[in-house]
Structure formats: C-alpha cells, structure tokens
Design a protein around this ligand. Structure first.
Ligand SMILES: [Zn+2]
Length: 685
C-alpha cells in the first residue's frame, strides 16, 4: 500500500481553507482523513475515525484546548472541516477517573462540552481519541491488518509482524472501556507509534497529519507483506460452474428473505438486493471450509449492524431444478430467522431483557457457484452490505491463507449489534410506506411516468424507469436520485420487455409494483381507418401492457410475496371520443386486461388496478394540440384544460398520486380510479 500524500494537494487544501479562516492543521486533518476514507482496504462505510487536538476560541472568545473528532456516521472520503465537531478536551480527559459510564450519560457530557452546540455527535470512539495524548490520531479497520490479527494467537502474530512499533490492546467492546484500556496499554509502551486493537482494527498517531497517516500506511503495508510472504498456496478446486442467470436466482432469494408484516393482511417486509461475484468470492464459496467460515463472524465489530453476524448460505442452484432451489432457499431462510431469534433471546436475557429485536432477515446471502447478495431495506443499504461482505470474504481468505480466522465471541457481537450508539448510525427512520419495494414504470421518460417515478421514490420505493427513449429515461432517473435505474425498453417488442425485467431482477432482486404507462394516440374514423394503424395502436396500447404485466407477474410469482399491476387506461377506455377508435379500443381492451389479471392472480396476492385519466399536459397532449382543440371548441386554452366539473386542471402529479393510492390499498383490486376533474360521461358505471 502506497502513501497517497501529495504535497501540492495538501498545500492547496491549506490555502483554500485559509481563505475561509480554517486552521491549517484542521485542513490537513481533513486532507488525510479523505485519503484514508477513499481506500476501501482501510475504511468502509463509516468504519474508522480520525482526530486532531488543537486550540480554538469558544463562543465567548476564550481560548480552549479542544479535540476535533470525526462526527458519528460521517463519510471520511468526502468529509469537510465541519465534519469534525470540537469538544473541550480537559473535561473529556477527566472522565478517565470514572470506572464506567453509561452511553446516554457519556453522550450528554459530550454534547455539553461541544464548542458549537448544534454540532453533530462525535464518533462513538471519541474517548479513545480524547485519552491518547497525540496531536493527530488515526483509526481504521484495515482489511490486511484484520486478516493478520483475527487469529487464535493474534497477539503473538501482531508482535511478529509489527514488533515494538505497535502495542497490543486486548478485545473490549468499542466505547469507554476500550478507550481506558488503550491509554493504559499506551502508557506502558510510550515509545510505540500505534496500537493494535484486537479483533477490531488499529490506531496510529503522530505530531503531524502526515506522520499519523503515513504510519497507518506503513503498518498496513507490513500486514500486506506478511500475508504475501506466508500465504499457503491453496489447491483450487473450482466447481464446474454453470449457474442459472442472476436474474433467475435473485427473485427466489428475495422472496425467501421476506417476511409477512402482521400489521396488515397482505403486507410484506421486503428487502432490496445487490449482487456481487468475483473470482475471490467464487473461490471462497467453493471452499470445503465454507460451513465453518460462514459462521465465523464479522471481521470488525461495527460490521455486525450492516451484515448481521453470519450470512445465509444457499446451495448452488441448477438451471433445471429451480423448484428444488426455491424450496431449499425458503427452508434455509426460515432456519436463519429462527436461529437469529434464538440468538437474540439468549443474549437479550443476559443483557437484562430490555433490548428490542431487529428484523431477523439475513443481510448477506451466499449462493454457492453464483456469488453473494447484499440485502437492505434500500438499495443504498444493500450496496453497503455487499461492500462489507466482499471485504469480509477478502479478509477471511487472507486470514485462512496464513492461519485460521477467528472473530469475537457471539456475546461480544450481540453487545455491538445492540449497542444503542451503533443503532443510532442506522438512523431512527420513520419508514416510508413503500420502503423495500421495487417499482418499474414504463413510459417513464414522459410526463405521467416521470411524475409517478418521483412520487413512488418519495414514498420509499426503489424505482426502475423504462422508456423507449433511453436518454429520456436517464434524465428522469437522474432527477429521481442516485439509485434509480434507467432502462431502454420498447414495450412493442417482447424481447426488449423480457430483457428490461431481467435487468430489474438483477439490479434490485425483483419487482413488486409495475406502472404500465407507455402509450401513444392514433386517430381515424373507425369505418375507414387503415388496418395498419389499428395494429400499431394495439401493439403499443394493448399488447404493450400485456407483455409488461406478463414479465412482471412471472417474477412476482417466483418471489411469492404478491405484487401490484397498475395500468394507465385513458378515459377513452370508457368514454370514446369521435375518431379516436384506434386509441380508445385497445385502451378498452387494456381495461379488460386489468380485470383479467385481477381475476387470474388474486389468489397469488397480485392486485391489478387502473387509472382513467384525462386531459393532462404530456407527449399525448402537446401545447399545439391544446391550442387547436381549444380553438375548435371556441374556448380559451385555460378553459379547455379546466373544462370539467370541478373546473380544475389535472396534472401528471395527480395521476401519480392515484397510482400511489392504488399501490398502497392492499385490499383493493380490479379498481379504476378516475382522475379527470369530473366528467360524468366518462364516469365508471
Ligand atoms: Zn473502530
């Protein structure tokens, strides 16, 4: 591992900071923190923290000694100087006299000693930084170091690899106790350049930002070299890998790792998936030691809140026997949740019985011969779980190559998983109503599709935006957010629809809601219209809905957790307009299609509903069309757009809200919701 320090960059950071009054040391603290944070071999998703001891003026202008420490949950890769809340150092140090202190009480004291009262909470490892005397303190969970020290004889190996440069701190749960132990160890070995925290990570320190940072790089490099020198050449016995496509397996895994939500009949607690595969992952999954390794535990305590303590392991699926795989996946997932429940009950009793059980669903699933899935309530959480799982695989492989991997005890893991300060990192989320659900929207480049994608994402769903125009889909997906998926999809082409749904299953693990919205209007007097026009319109306005619904239902049935099909049928479906037959007739068929799906798949928990909307500014009703129709009727454009019982213009967002309502109404199927401002001739009868 090489130092990422570049003089020019460090100087630029100091110069930029000086312009807005930031102390040069804090600028350099920010600079090296980012260097550490951008390397996943050192720091991953909130693991790791850094600090600086300096002086500053408090709000009354008195100069005080402060500790500036990374804020809890802040991302080191992109941290700003404001991401280091400042605490009065002296009162923090005095706490060393206490034998123990409760988490709440400690947090209260920390907050009372913040220079800026509204600053974010300091890192949960703040006391480690406060007690150590050094100006700069860096702490990471470097993978190579964990491979070396997470061994039955970790202390001896640590001495062999790091010599007297690093002092060894036996395992204690992160927090106040560990901080006290660390300073005791340091005081017995005051010439050391850092500390090894058993089964957890390492700390380096220095008088300058560069010294502390480059010591970190040097010690991690030592661990890397040690692994390279001592690696036993493992005899690879790769299985003959002909796994089915990820898109086939993911919905099975997703369905198995879902739970009925007792709060409402028909509701499910679902997770979103993120798939990873690599030679390293596949070799690991082929290992004959997989049963032992998969139960061996996390590589550093704070991973447990993201991945739980062990993954769900599934056997290799064979393409011709997917039914068997589904059955076994469901049984194994059930065993997993039972085991998790037992683990919770056992340790909750020991801890006093007042903890609240987290959901018992797996967060990492290993599928032999295929790869691994990270699972989360959002795509972002699934990605984090998968990132950590990949590092876990890497760390265990290296540990096993030089010895035998050993983690902390199950009791220690529980104490970390259910440590309130760690749970805070996950945020006290009020769960939005569609959290964990995946929605696919066709025609998402257009006004109604785009508004629906935004509305569903705001309600917590992960969204896939499908449009025949890839650029339009991309643009709208960008407006929704980083995890929205944009796909080119021509609903008049069966192959294109299948390919899009395969990509959705690969990317999110499956699909729960489909808004079949793509459509276009053709006109012609029905007795004279060219049959080709009718064919074209049926291809898009009827068969398009059928292809999309069929592809979605296939995945929903594999998941086994119900689902929801939503169709955009125009008012033409119930109230035909003159010369609009080529558009209205396939739309009327689409309305019948919706009812047929409701009828045929109700027993699978799959609901089908439609929105009957009218007169919405979109690609189907362009400004030119509005102008010409208003003129034909001899009214103003405004009067044309508000020509309904309520006298209100209907917007794409109103249609989106109707779809959202239908997606949430778990007891409603075969329903048509009218969104047209009131038009008695088009009312459902
Ligand atoms: Zn740590």
């Amino acid at each position: 591992m090489k130092s990422g320090w570049v003089d020019r960059d460090a100087e630029a950071m100091v110069a930029d900071g000086a312009k807005v009054g930031i102390d040069p040391e804090l600028s350099l603290r920010t600079y090296t923190t980012r260097l550490l944070g951008r390397d996943p071999k050192l720091v991953l998703h909130g693991g790791g923290n850094t600090s600086l001891k300096t002086k500053m003026r408090d709000l009354l202008g008195t100069e005080v000694e402060v500790l500036r420490v990374k804020a809890s949950g802040a991302d080191m890769a992109s941290i700003e100087p404001a991401g280091f809340p400042a605490l009065r150092l002296e009162p923090m140090r005095k706490l060393r006299a206490l034998a123990t202190i409760g988490d709440e009480e400690l947090l209260g004291i920390e907050r009372a000693n913040l220079i800026e009262p509204r600053a974010p909470n300091p890192s949960v490892e703040v006391m480690l930084h406060a007690f150590l005397p050094h100006k700069f303190v860096d702490h990471t969970h470097a993978t190579a170091v964990l491979s070396v020290i997470n061994q039955p004889h970790g202390e001896e190996i640590s001495a062999e690899v790091f010599g007297k440069h690093m002092a060894f701190v036996p395992y204690l749960m992160p927090g106040f106790g560990l901080a006290k132990k660390a300073i005791e160890v340091f005081e017995r070995a005051p010439s050391c350049e850092g500390l090894i925290l058993s089964k957890h990570g390492l700390v380096t320190f220095g008088e300058t930002a560069r010294e502390a940072y480059e010591r970190m790089i040097a010690f991690v490099s030592r661990a890397e070299d040690f692994i390279a020198r001592n690696r036993k050449s493992a005899a690879a016995s790769p299985s003959a890998r002909r796994p089915p496509p990820v898109a086939e397996v993911a919905p099975i895994v997703r369905g198995a790792c879902s739970q009925k939500d007792d709060r409402s009949d028909g509701a499910w607690r679902r997770l979103v998936l993120d798939f990873r595969s690599s030679d390293a992952v596949l070799d690991f999954l082929d290992s004959k030691d997989l049963p032992r390794l998969s139960d061996a535990g996390v590589v550093t305590p704070d991973h447990t809140i993201r991945t739980k303590n062990w993954p769900l392991v599934l056997n290799a699926p064979a393409p011709a026997r997917m039914g068997e795989f589904t059955q076994s996946a469901r049984e194994k997932a059930q065993e997993f949740t039972t085991r998790y429940g037992d683990y919770f009950a056992r340790h909750n009793k020991r801890a006093g019985g007042y903890k609240r059980e987290l959901d018992p669903l797996p967060r990492v699933v290993l599928v032999r011969g295929l790869g691994l899935f990270g699972l989360g309530r959002t795509k972002a959480d699934a990605v984090i779980a998968a990132d950590i799982a990949e590092v876990w695989v890497e760390c265990l492989r290296a540990a096993e190559a030089i010895g035998r991997f050993e983690s902390i005890s199950e009791a220690d893991m529980f104490d970390c998983e259910y440590w309130p300060l760690e749970q805070v990192k996950l945020g006290a989320r009020k769960e939005p109503p569609l959290l964990g659900q995946v929605a696919a929207i066709t025609g998402a480049g257009g006004a109604i599709g785009a508004a629906t994608a935004k509305c569903f994402a705001a309600a917590g769903a992960e969204v896939a935006l499908l449009d025949v125009d890839r650029t339009a889909a991309r643009e709208q997906a960008n407006a929704v957010g980083a995890h929205a998926l944009a796909l080119a999809c021509d609903v008049t082409d069966g192959g294109s629809v299948s390919a899009a749904f395969e990509k959705i299953a690969e990317h999110f693990g499956g699909v729960d809601i489909v808004v079949s919205n793509a459509g276009a209007a053709w006109q012609g007097r029905i007795g004279e219209v060219d049959e080709n026009i009718l064919h074209k319109s049926f291809e898009l306005n009827f068969y398009g809905h059928q292809r999309v619904a069929q592809a979605a239902v296939r995945i929903m049935r594999v998941q086994g957790t119900g689902g929801c099909l939503l169709f955009n049928v125009s008012k033409q479906a119930v109230n035909p307009g003159p010369n609009f037959g080529p558009y209205g007739i396939p739309k009327a068929a689409a309305l019948a299609l919706m009812r047929q799906y409701a009828l045929d798949y109700g027993a699978d928990g799959i609901r089908a509903n439609a929105v009957n909307a009218d007169r919405i500014r979109s690609g189907l009703l362009t400004p030119q069309m509005i102008a010409s129709r208003a003129e034909a009727r001899g009214v103003s454009e405004k009067d044309y757009m508000t020509g309904n019982l309520l006298g209100r213009e209907v917007a794409a967002e109103d249609v989106a809200q109707a779809f959202l309502h239908q997606a949430l109404a778990l007891k409603t199927t075969a329903d048509v919701t009218t969104v047209d401002g009131g038009n008695i001739a088009a009312a459902m009868r």
